[in-house]
Design a protein around this ligand. Structure first.
Ligand code: Z5A
Length: 230
């Protein structure tokens, strides 16, 4: 469900926020600003990501993005992302929210719907079943969708030659049509899913993007915390 900064008034907050978008949309950049916001409001923050947040996840990330031995087939790719997610939920997300931290994740199961579903064409019912097993009903208070023309996103990531390798090669090599389907998939989820989606125009500069996000964060901070246990 799309929400606006005026309509977003959560009755409670579990403390879990997700950032989504096409490659190079600016999720990591915004994640750092959001973390600063919560820290300046005296809150504990955990910044995390998929794939690769846990020790096991780091190995899974390399299997799926760098595949030193052989590229996973599409179904194996789906299961590797799901395995990473199950471990992430169990080891980082639920323990974090249970102790009152704000857990901000760069990507979550929406990326599987977008990349493996809209991108690769795997049946959405299959994806939904696997995602449901991996997340064990752990859903965020808010999904911040950084909406961007994928050509701009790819230009941004190709420009950052000096920055550490992120391992996105598998997906960066895909066609523009693939990335356009990903963008459309995210927008369609914002309209159809039960979670609150804040859709932010990610073509703006970084300050504008943070300013557009701020009212949602303030609304979350005002909401009473409910524990999502480990
Ligand atoms: N994947 C999947 O297929 N299925 C799944 O279930 C999951 C993931 C969970 C993970 O790659 C890949 O796995 C991902 C989806 C797939 N591949 N793709 N494509 P990753 O974690 O390594 O990379 P990523 O998630 O795609 O993120 P990214 O490429 O690192 O981009 P970002 O975090 O959104 O952007 P950024 O690092 O903040 O910014 C990118 C550059 O743009 C950087 O130089 C910034 O300084 C610059 N930037 C940021 N904001 C702006 C603005 N507003 N204007 C101009 N320039 C900007």
């Amino acid at each position: 469900m799309r929400v606006t900064s005026n309509s977003f008034a959560p009755r409670s907050a579990s403390g879990f926020i997700v950032l989504e978008g096409v490659n190079g949309a600016g999720k990591t950049t915004l994640q750092n600003r959001i973390a600063e916001f919560f820290k300046t409001n005296a809150q504990e923050v955990i910044t995390t990501r998929e794939p690769g947040a846990t020790a096991l996840g780091k190995t899974l990330r390399s299997l799926v993005l760098e595949h030193p031995q052989e590229a996973p087939c599409e179904m194996a790719e789906l299961f590797i992302f799901a395995a990473d997610r199950a471990q992430h939920v169990e080891k980082i997300i639920r323990p974090g929210t249970a102790r009152g931290a704000w857990v901000i994740s760069d990507r979550y199961f929406y990326s599987t719907v977008a990349f493996q579903g809209y991108g690769r064409g795997i049946n959405q019912n299959t994806i939904n079943q696997i995602n449901a097993l991996a997340i064990a009903e752990t859903r965020p208070d808010l999904v911040i969708l950084l909406d961007l023309d994928p050509a701009t996103g790819l230009q941004r990531t190709q420009r950052r030659q000096h920055e550490p390798v992120t391992g996105t090669d598998t997906f960066e090599k895909e066609t523009l049509a693939f990335h356009t389907r990903i963008r459309e998939g995210f927008l369609s989820m914002a309209d159809s899913m039960q979670e609150a989606f804040a859709v932010i125009d990610a073509a703006q500069n970084q300050q504008h993007i943070f300013d557009a996000t701020l009212p949602y964060l303030q609304a979350l901070l005002k909401a009473p915390r409910v524990g999502v246990g480990a």
